[in-house]
Design a protein around this ligand. Structure first.
Ligand SMILES: [Zn+2]
Length: 105
């Protein structure tokens, strides 16, 4: 075996962070739950602001959100703890939950 001295250089300037795959979210049960939540919502974001529901719907990417997040004690597979959100509302909600969590520490 001869060492060539040539190294493979990863030219990407920013490597994607390693996927933190949450095993709880990888189960068939959770996929079924997420599908049921989105289906119940009519494949449309359920965020309501000022009495008006968000218009974003499939084929835009939708997220089955845990209303009470699991780390805050919310149930993983309870349909009542699920809500269909578009990407921007899911991001907002996740940030708000995090801020509330930090404030309550
Ligand atoms: Zn939305």
């Amino acid at each position: 075996m001869i060492e060539s001295g040539i190294r493979v250089i990863d030219a990407r300037t920013v490597k994607p962070p390693p996927k933190a795959a949450d095993p709880e979210l990888q189960t068939q049960e959770h996929r079924n739950w997420a599908r049921a939540v989105k289906q119940r919502a009519g494949w449309r974001c359920e965020w309501v602001e000022g009495g008006k529901r968000c218009e974003v719907r499939s084929p835009a990417r939708l997220f089955a959100d845990h209303i009470v997040e699991r780390r805050d004690g919310g149930a993983l597979l309870d349909p009542m703890n699920g809500r269909c959100l578009c990407g921007s509302h899911h991001t907002r909600k996740t940030a708000a939950s995090r801020a509330a969590r930090l404030a309550n520490r």
